[in-house]
Each structure stands twice: as structure tokens, then as C-alpha cells.
Design a protein around this ligand. Structure first.
Ligand SMILES: Cc1cc2nc3c(=O)[nH]c(=O)nc-3n(C[C@H](O)[C@H](O)[C@H](O)COP(=O)(O)OP(=O)(O)OC[C@H]3O[C@@H](n4cnc5c(N)ncnc54)[C@H](O)[C@@H]3O)c2cc1C
Length: 421
């Protein structure tokens, strides 16, 4: 039972933080809830930043988790534009950039992730971009619009989700796009080569140029502005802007300096938490992009950098902070939109984990479901321009049923029937 005079502090004003604060109030917690974020905006959702906000279909008003008044209405003390610089576990307090100190009874670290930086000459030039925050997206949107008007060229480092979504948005503005990617296909480490090829074709059909098997070695400038980029195979690519979309690193500095256990880099890094999202300190929890949790169903540690994990993990951590029994066993889930292709992916099939890929539907028409299997059991499923199948896909994964690949690939066999044998 949690006393009303307790103070719960949440560090990180993203989706996980906002949803955790909301859950504390929904679960009737009457103590103080303090939410601290280093951005000036109140918590918002990042997926539109590489999609509708970038294309101009949506404006910034549409991305906020709650409107600004909601926090005061729910008695949540919001400190924006404030970085937590120090965590003192012995005193159970955090220090903010302005020197103020806030004591906590329970602490939640939802510090998210930050874009990895290119470690090459020329990244200081005007025209080198990253994409994580609203301000990045609004800046990039202006850049894409002007490049489109002036037959400009954008070079994207990295054919991951963000790189591909920005490529699609940029083509919408008429920008010439080149994507440089060390692997032989887009999304190689997420989808493997079989399904990665679907995205090569999709983007090529929309006029994107891929340069696979190469890394950027430098960005050259003229008058302080991007002029070209070079790759390790000796090629030079003309470019007026560069987007570094080479992944994100969990923001663990605070946890690390306070001596909390971190997950090994090979396991995805991040703040190590158990299945109840508790760190190595019993009064400190972590969730969202920053956390690396024991997954009760998958039997391994996992750091998930996706919207649904912040949406559900923040609330799960909040309930654990209130003393509820929590075993966070949601399957990883994410979505993406590129041109007229929409997809959802559930489960986890790391490279080398699966021994078979089975598709049902029409891959050439990009209307299908792909399944990754090991020894006949479905590890992950991705529906592409096919909708309302997430529930049966997740049931298949959770059930660990050995399925007949023939039946799995046959669209006339209902997915639900495969788990009812
Ligand atoms: C461009 C883009 C597109 C995406 N698209 C998709 C998508 O299509 N589908 C999908 O599933 N996922 C998508 N994601 C991923 C998804 O947005 C993240 O998984 C989600 O934002 C994680 O939420 P979070 O609350 O854990 O962290 P964040 O959203 O990163 O929030 C953490 C917050 O904490 C702040 N912070 C960090 N350290 C401190 C500190 N010491 N003091 C104070 N504040 C601090 C950060 O500045 C940040 O505001 C996308 C991400 C990006 C960047």
C-alpha cells in the first residue's frame, strides 16, 4: 500500500513518462507525481516525425500525448526544459540542471534514446541532420520542401525504419534521394534478406537510389554547407543535405553514474530491469527505449525501441511502482508507413534465430503476411497492407504451436484455426 504523502518522480518527458504519470492517477495514487523532461514541449509521440509531420499532412498540435492543461488538471507537476543531471540513490533524490533537488520515494527512468552520430569528417557542416525531436522534424520538413523546389539531393545514411520513412517523405517533395547502407538490403538486421528486398523494390520504384555494402567516410562542404559525401568504396555522392539515420543509443548516463546495472551492449544495452521493470535498485524502475527488460515469454533480455513498448511499458512500470504484481510480457510490436505501404510487425526473430520464412498473400503486390519460423513455430509476423490480423498473429507466436507451413501460407486457412489444433 502506497501512502498519499509519497513522491513519485519520473525522469523523461516522452510517451513512456506521460503514460506512466497517467496510470499513477488512474490507479488512484494520491501522492505527488513529478514529471521532468529536458525538451521544451510537453510529451509527444515521435512516429509522425518521420511520417505525417514531415510530409506536412499533420501539424505539431496533433502529436501531443495530452494537451498542456491535462497535466495540471491531473495534479502532475511538469518540469520542462530541465535536465536531470544527478541521481543520488543514498539520499533518494535527483538534481536538476538549475541546481534544484527533488526527493523521491520511487523513481522511474524513461530517458529514451538519442540518435547515433556519424563519426566521420564533415558532420559539423550545415545540412547534416538527425531526427528525434519535433524541432528536427520541422527543420527537416523545410529542408525537404526547398530541396524539392531546387532539384536538390538528400543523402540518407542508414536504410532502417527512419531512413526509409524519410526517403519516402523526401520523394513526396520531389527530392533526389540516395540511401547508403552497409548491409545488402534495407532493414537487414530486423527482417533479414528475404523481406528486406521488398523494401529495395518499393523504394526503387519510387525513384530512390540505393548504395548497398558501403559506409560513409566523409562529408565535404562548400561555404560551410554540405556539397557531397564519400563512401569507403571510393565513390562520391553529390548531396545538399545528409540525414544520419544510423540508429539510436539508449540514454543511460544517469543510471550508469548512479551505479545501476546496465545490460551488455551485445544484449542491446540500456538500463537492466527485471520482468516487473525494476532496476538493480528496488526503488527505481525503467521503461521504454532506455530499458532492457527480461522478457518472461521470450526467455531473454530485450531492449525494444518502439512506440507500443513506451505506450504499455510506462503504465506497467507505474503499476509495479504502486506495488502491483507485474510481469511485462507484451510481444514487441511496431508499425511503419512508406508511400502506400503500411505494415505492422509482432514478435522477435533476430538474425540467425529463424530457419524459415513463410509468406501468405501476394508479395509482388505488397499485400501479404510474412512469418519467421524456427522448427515450425512462429517467432514473428509482419502484415503488409493486410489489416486486423495482429491478434491472431500474436496468438500464434504466444501459443508456440508447431504449424504446417503449407497451411500458414494458404490465405484460405484462417490464422485462428492454426492455434486450435
Ligand atoms: C522519427 C521517429 C519515428 C518513429 N517511428 C516509429 C514508428 O513508426 N513505430 C514505432 O513503433 N516506433 C517509432 N519510433 C520509436 C518511438 O517513438 C520510441 O520507441 C518512443 O518514442 C520511446 O518513448 P520513450 O518515452 O521511451 O522515450 P523518448 O520518446 O525518447 O522520451 C524520452 C524523453 O526523456 C528526455 N530525457 C532523457 N534524459 C533526460 C534527463 N536526464 N533529464 C530530463 N529529460 C531527459 C528526452 O529528451 C526525451 O524527451 C520512432 C522514433 C522516431 C525518433
Amino acid at each position: 500500500v502506497v501512502d498519499a504523502d509519497q513522491t513519485f518522480v519520473i525522469v523523461g518527458g516522452g510517451l513512456a513518462g506521460a503514460k506512466a504519470a497517467q496510470t499513477l492517477r488512474e490507479e488512484s495514487f494520491t501522492g505527488r507525481v513529478i514529471l521532468i523532461g529536458d525538451e521544451l514541449d510537453h510529451p509527444y509521440e515521435r512516429p509522425p516525425l518521420s511520417k505525417a509531420l514531415l510530409t506536412g499532412e499533420k501539424e505539431r498540435d496533433s502529436v501531443y500525448v495530452h494537451d498542456a492543461a491535462w497535466y495540471a488538471n491531473h495534479d502532475i507537476e511538469l518540469h520542462l526544459g530541465q535536465t536531470v543531471t544527478h541521481l543520488d540513490r543514498a539520499a533518494k533524490s535527483v538534481r536538476l540542471g538549475d541546481g534544484s533537488v527533488i526527493r523521491y520515494d520511487k523513481l522511474l527512468l524513461v530517458t529514451g534514446a538519442e540518435p547515433r552520430r556519424l563519426d566521420i569528417p564533415g558532420t559539423h557542416l550545415a545540412g547534416v541532420h538527425h531526427l528525434r525531436r519535433i524541432a528536427h522534424a520541422e527543420l527537416l520538413r523545410g529542408v525537404l520542401a526547398s530541396l524539392g523546389r531546387e532539384n536538390g539531393r538528400l543523402l540518407i545514411a542508414g536504410a532502417g525504419w527512419i531512413g526509409l520513412e524519410v526517403a519516402a517523405a523526401a520523394r513526396g517533395y520531389g527530392v533526389e534521394v540516395t540511401v547508403v547502407e552497409p548491409e545488402p538490403t534495407p532493414l537487414h538486421t530486423v527482417l533479414g534478406p528475404e523481406l528486406g528486398a521488398v523494401f529495395t523494390d518499393l523504394h526503387r520504384e519510387h525513384g530512390v537510389t540505393f548504395h548497398f555494402g558501403a559506409r560513409l567516410t566523409g562529408i565535404t562542404g562548400q561555404d560551410g554547407m554540405v556539397y557531397a559525401a564519400t563512401t569507403d568504396d571510393g565513390d562520391e555522392h553529390p548531396a545538399h543535405a545528409v540525414l544520419a539515420a544510423i540508429g539510436a543509443a539508449p540514454r543511460t548516463a544517469l543510471a550508469e553514474s548512479a551505479g545501476l546495472a546496465l545490460a551488455a551492449r551485445a544484449e542491446g544495452g540500456g538500463i537492466a530491469v527485471d520482468a516487473s521493470l525494476r532496476t538493480s535498485d528496488p526503488d527505481i524502475y525503467a521503461a521504454g527505449d532506455a530499458a532492457n527488460a527480461e522478457h518472461p515469454l521470450l526467455g531473454r533480455r530485450l531492449r525494444v525501441e518502439h512506440w507500443a513498448n513506451a505506450l504499455n511499458g510506462g503504465p506497467a512500470a507505474a503499476r509495479a511502482m504502486l506495488g502491483h504484481e507485474v510481469s511485462y510480457d507484451r510481444l514487441p510490436y511496431f508499425f511503419s508507413d512508406q508511400y502506400d505501404l503500411g505494415l505492422e510487425y509482432s514478435g522477435y526473430a533476430a538474425p540467425g534465430d529463424y530457419d524459415q520464412v513463410v509468406c501468405r498473400g501476394d508479395v509482388a503486390k505488397r499485400q501479404f503476411i510474412a512469418f519467421w519460423l524456427r522448427e515450425g513455430r512462429v517467432l514473428a509476423g509482419m502484415n503488409v497492407n493486410v489489416w486486423d490480423v495482429t491478434a491472431p498473429i500474436q496468438t500464434l507466436i504466444r501459443s508456440r504451436t508447431q504449424v504446417d507451413p503449407q497451411a500458414l501460407s494458404d490465405p484460405t486457412v484462417p490464422l485462428e484455426s492454426l492455434t486450435q489444433r
